[in-house]
Design a protein around this ligand. Structure first.
Ligand SMILES: Nc1ncnc2c1ncn2[C@@H]1O[C@H](COP(=O)(O)OP(=O)(O)OP(=O)(O)O)[C@@H](O)[C@H]1O
Ligand SMILES: [Mg+2]
Length: 376
């Protein structure tokens, strides 16, 4: 898939802009604070229905304006579709349209898929447990479109169970109603997360190994909440849905007193952990900055390869990736991402850093406008 054209109105510091992109590599260059990352954010918004910088969509509406609109023509498997998002600050509304017809946000997710590599992604992957889970969930959404509805169902039942616990209205019976759905959706969520990890593992190892050599063993690992009795297993690998349901059922039973005491659900996929292991040690605790960057790039490269096995070519959003590449090995991973054949959007303050790239178009960004563009 690739974006043919993008149109922006009152989006952050971009007043009004229409840009035709190349199918290959698009470089946004310019001084700090000009709007390069804002352009990536707009593309990300069209693919994920949210920002990667903030949880409140209204922040993306230009200062002094009420509404913001972003649209793109996306070519995918022989068809061009128009995807649009409108954000209204006063009404607190975000609307999505495909070919002019209003659709639910979840319906538009498969029309454009993006993979982001940025400082924000780095912080998410090596941040707190919640952040790491968010990193994993984003990857699973791209990989398995049905995951989102299971995840939303799980979130809904978790909310209901928590409010029953908080209000102390359960008396055993009410809680049981939620427990059944909690176990069903919770098991599905964990099952899809594990399926993604299993599918991507070999690719991840391969991408990292090509640059770092075979002796550097890397793994993705999923740790289910410690309250769940996993027998002698340190981490969960592949389990059947029935086994996961059993684990969660047991887990709920064991944490029942604690849940009542605290007034919320203390166990389940919303409390699990995900991390990258380098030489059997958690990367976020033990890896060097350079190794951490390389692991992030290798994971993204593996995601590209995995999506390609499903005939999906995501668009790549690479925010200032080149600028702090201190190591040739990391640089090599960056080149490989660019050479993956996917349409890419690269930001940089120093365009000569990307001189080596062929088949690209350079867009100079000044104060939220494209002031020059050149095919190279
Ligand atoms: N809602 C908004 N309305 C208007 N301007 C905004 C809004 N949100 C952010 N900005 C402006 O957008 C600019 C930042 O844009 P952006 O992050 O895209 O810069 P950049 O070109 O990527 O810079 P850098 O090279 O430093 O990363 C800032 O000048 C900021 O004030
Ligand atoms: Mg930026």
């Amino acid at each position: 898939m690739f974006i043919e054209k993008m149109v922006l109105h009152s989006f952050r510091n971009i007043e009004q802009q229409e840009i035709d992109f190349t199918k290959k590599i698009n470089v946004f260059y310019g001084k700090n604070g000009q709007g390069k990352t804002n352009l990536l954010e707009a593309i990300f918004l069209l693919s994920a229905q949210k920002s990667f910088r903030s949880d409140t969509p209204y922040e993306m509406v230009q200062f002094q304006k009420v509404t913001s609109k972003v649209g793109a023509k996306v070519f995918n498997q022989g068809v061009t579709r128009k995807i649009e998002i409108e954000i209204d600050k006063d009404l607190h509304q975000k609307k999505c349209f495909i070919d002019g017809k209003p659709v639910r946000a979840t319906e538009s997710l498969t029309n454009l898929r993006s993979l982001l590599v940025s400082q924000e992604e780095f912080m998410t992957l090596y941040g707190k447990k919640n952040d790491r889970r968010r990193f994993l969930d984003k990857a699973v959404w791209n990989f398995s479109p049905t995951y989102l509805s299971d995840y939303r169902n799980y979130e809904r039942v978790l909310k209901q169970r928590n409010s029953a616990l908080r209000e102390n209205t359960f008396g055993g019976q009410v809680l049981l109603v939620f427990d059944e759905a909690f176990v069903t959706y919770g098991a599905k969520v964990i099952f899809e997360r594990l399926r993604f990890i299993k599918e991507i593992s070999a690719l991840f190892w391969f991408c990292f190994m090509r640059v770092y050599g075979e002796e550097q063993k890397v793994e993705l690992c999923y740790r289910i909440n410690k309250e769940v009795d996993k027998g002698d297993k340190e981490v969960l690998q592949q389990e059947s849905l029935a086994d996961l349901e059993q684990l969660l059922k047991e887990g709920l039973r064991r944490s029942y007193k604690e849940d009542c005491l605290r007034g919320y659900t203390t166990m389940g996929p919303h409390t699990d952990d995900f991390c990258i292991m380098l030489m059997q040690k958690e990367a976020q605790k033990y890896a060097s900055q350079g190794q951490k960057k390389a692991l992030l790039l290798a994971e993204k490269l593996a995601e590209v390869e995995l999506l390609k096995t499903q005939n999906i070519e995501p668009v790549l959003l690479l925010d200032e990736v080149k600028s702090d590449l201190d190591d040739q090995k990391i640089e090599h991973l960056f080149y490989q991402l660019l050479m993956s054949g996917c349409q890419s959007f690269v930001t940089t303050t120093t365009p000569k850093d990307v001189d080596f790239i062929e088949n690209k178009e350079n867009f100079e960004i000044v104060s939220g406008s494209v002031v020059a563009s050149k095919k190279m």
